[in-house]
Design a protein around this ligand. Structure first.
Ligand code: MN
Length: 247
């Protein structure tokens, strides 16, 4: 049996409890359980925005809604299943506490190779031509100095600031078809560059809608759908094909 690779993005787990959060968590838990029960060699890639907001503060780490998510990744580790995290625009302020639940974490785009197939993994934010201002903002808020200054703020203020930023960075949930078409075109252009660089697949999240495209050479772009209380969406590479699944 070929080794499997699982990909998912944009679960946006929140620190506050609600019926939706509960349902979403149960679906995620089911997903993890299924992987463990399959009992075959595999790895899991989170393509960003696992949390709606993350900053490494004691109060936040102790939050039970965050803790239970980390516990699920610990289960994978216990079963020798590798898990990897690619930072999203909602959860890039990660530290030691976050990282210890994963095999490895990446703040930048990341390339993996399986069976001679190269996958270019990116959360997907900051790619669009009209995102210029955001790209500058992204550099600032991800800078070491900003993170240090931010960490000096008292917990409750830091959380408030973080939540405000997170609100402002709402992803493209409800877009009309015209805008969506423009976005897809730009992401195809972005992917074409990555294919030229030798990548076979570009996989991203962030846009909260499913989109798949393949060119004549068999290179592909997959934009993962998000995960919510109704559906946990993921993709799985079975050694040959990239398949879409849901719970
Ligand atoms: Mn995002």
């Amino acid at each position: 049996m070929n080794e499997k690779i699982y990909f998912f993005a944009d679960v946006h787990f929140k620190g506050t409890s609600s019926e939706e959060e509960e349902k979403k968590f149960l679906k995620f838990q089911h997903f993890i359980k299924q992987i463990i029960q399959n009992n075959i060699k595999c790895s899991v890639y989170v393509i960003g925005d696992l949390f709606d907001y993350y900053f490494e503060k004691k109060t936040l780490i102790a939050n039970k809604n965050y803790k239970r998510v980390f516990l699920e990744f610990d289960k994978l580790k216990k079963h020798n299943i590798q898990s990897y995290f690619i930072a999203g625009n909602h959860d890039f302020w990660i530290g030691k506490e976050f990282k210890k639940h994963f095999t490895d974490c990446f703040l930048e785009d990341h390339i993996i190779t399986k069976n001679n197939i190269n996958f270019y993994l990116t959360h997907g934010d900051g790619i669009l031509s009209w995102d210029r201002k955001y790209r500058i903002f992204k550099k600032i808020i991800r800078s070491r100095i900003f993170i240090i200054l931010y960490s000096l703020l008292p917990g409750f203020i830091a959380t408030k600031v973080g939540k405000t930023i997170s609100e402002k960075r709402k992803d493209s949930h409800k877009l009309d078809n015209q805008v969506l078409g423009k976005i897809q075109l730009e992401l195809k252009e972005f992917s074409a560059k990555k294919w030229q660089e030798g990548n076979d697949w570009v996989i991203m999240g962030h846009y909260h809608h499913l989109f798949q495209f393949s060119n004549n050479n068999g290179n592909g772009l997959l934009i993962l759908d998000d995960c919510d209380e109704n559906q946990f969406n993921y993709a799985v590479f079975d050694g040959k094909n990239l398949l879409l699944e849901k719970i």
